[in-house]
Design a protein around this ligand. Structure first.
Ligand SMILES: [Cu+2]
Length: 461
């Protein structure tokens, strides 16, 4: 069987699972389990019933519709194998919920009684833990401790009151290492009872997840502890992570939860923000301080807020430089300063198409190496000024004047006002750099006071 055939039959299998599920389980009692086929950012889900709230925008994701039954909000999650497009050109065989990894965002209102049906279509047992919720012990989803595992083919019901507003997530508490390495996770937002409380104009949410998928293969290695090669926002990598589009002057919240094996210092350009919430609740205004980077440790969630008062295309990314790279290149040797003229030609006789990389730096953005099937270049993306050389956990915050309320469409490249872009110096050439440790000091060989610091006290007289 060819790889493309395998992929097609895998996709068909996933679709059948989704379609067949409701009738098999009995449509009369179970709520529908909507399936999402696309990795695009869905429009915010405006609540059709129940109490009003300001819906969030799940980056490259969607929110799960519910049904109201006798005053209870009923959701249906189906744990199942899915195919996720990490970026055009690369698909991954993951496990997720309702057709995607991560699963859909669940949005409820403080005080809502919530009933969640979880159907297991995985080849092994699972459970769902509702991270951050204050609930009865038996609803906490820890296999073996608070419930038996949900066996393949079975459906379990969780029911509790969403007691406090805030930022939460869900994930399995059964064979966790494998199931989270396969992408099983989802966001949960409990909105405040009063929609004016903690109100913002745009509220973006996503989870941080990491995968170890060898170039040319489709399934993550689930036993990897640290050496992941794909660092994602919501199981997407740059340049396929949608930009966060906001109107100039709007108050913006970005919420992120970390289900990888390491911390991620999230960094925004052009603005300062405050951490206003965690998975433990809201931060008191008196306890907030300004930041441009906030670390999100493993198992933590952070909500940051700022007024988007600075128009432009602003980078928003994890500050670990290895986390803004994709699969190819993590194991490439350092060649800075190595003169390898002629080496490529020699190797080319053995390996057609081989290129030597990085003599003057990393410089892989512009490389057009032949890639194995189903992987991504290490650094990629093109902006209006050329190569972006990023991957992984990187996207753009696009702040624009005069956007309509709720318009999230990509406005294209920022048009810089005249005279506000860094430019090349075209006057006289800079002096040649002096040799290290050498002749730049005084002719008599004595210590150069400019470099010697406060030793003489005569400098500048
Ligand atoms: Cu990171």
């Amino acid at each position: 069987m060819t790889d493309s055939m395998k992929r097609r039959s895998f996709l068909q299998g996933a679709a059948l699972l989704g379609a067949g599920m409701v009738s098999k389980a009995g449509a009369a009692t179970l709520p529908e389990a909507p399936v999402q086929g696309s990795a695009a950012t869905a429009a915010p889900l405006v609540p059709p019933n129940g109490r009003p709230y300001n819906p969030v925008v799940t980056l490259n994701g969607w929110s799960l519709p519910w049904r109201m039954k006798d005053g209870v909000k009923e959701f249906h999650l189906v744990a199942e194998p899915v195919v996720r497009e990490l970026a055009p050109g690369m698909h991954a065989n993951l496990w997720g919920y309702n057709g995607q990894s991560p699963g859909p965002t669940i949005e409820v209102v403080e005080g809502d009684r919530v009933r969640i049906f979880v159907t297991n279509k995985l080849p092994e047992h699972t459970s769902v833990h509702w991270h951050g919720q204050i609930l009865p012990n038996g609803m906490d989803g820890v296999s073996g401790v608070t419930q038996p595992s949900i066996q393949p083919g079975k459906t379990f019901v969780y029911e509790f009151v969403a007691k406090h507003a805030g930022t939460f997530m869900y994930h399995p508490h059964a064979d966790e290492m494998a199931q989270m390495a396969m992408g099983m996770m989802g966001f949960w937002v409990t909105h405040p009872k009063d929609p004016r409380q903690h109100a913002v104009d745009r509220d973006f949410v996503f989870l941080l997840s990491a995968y170890d998928i060898e170039p040319g293969s489709y399934t993550p290695k689930v036993n990897t502890m640290l050496d992941f090669n794909l660092w994602t926002f919501n199981s997407r990598v740059f340049p396929a992570i949608d930009p966060m589009v906001v109107r100039q002057g709007e108050r913006v919240r970005i919420r992120a939860g970390n289900l990888t094996m390491t911390n991620h210092p999230l960094h925004v350009h052009g603005h300062t923000f405050e951490v206003t919430g965690t998975d433990g609740g809201w931060v008191r205004p008196s306890a907030r301080w300004p930041e441009v980077t906030t670390d999100v440790a493993v198992g933590q969630m952070r909500a940051i807020e700022f007024v988007a008062d600075n128009p432009g295309d602003w980078a928003f990314h994890c500050h670990k430089s290895h986390h803004t790279m994709n699969a190819m290149g993590h194991d490439v040797p350092t060649l800075i300063g190595v003169d390898h003229r002629g080496v490529a030609e020699k190797i080319n006789k053995l390996v057609p198409g081989y290129m030597v990389m990085g003599e003057k730096g990393g410089a892989m953005g512009g490389m057009r190496m032949p890639l194995p099937e189903n992987t991504l270049p290490m650094m990629t993306g093109t902006g209006q000024f050329g190569e972006i050389e990023m991957g992984g956990m990187f996207t753009l915050l696009k702040v624009r004047e005069g956007l309509a309320r709720g318009d999230y469409r990509d406005p294209g490249h920022y048009r810089h006002p005249k005279g506000t872009v860094a430019y090349e110096w075209t006057g006289e050439a800079p002096p040649a750099p002096s040799a290290p440790g050498g002749k730049a000091g005084r002719a008599d060989g004595a210590l150069d006071v400019r470099r010697g610091g406060a030793s003489t006290g005569h400098e500048g007289h």
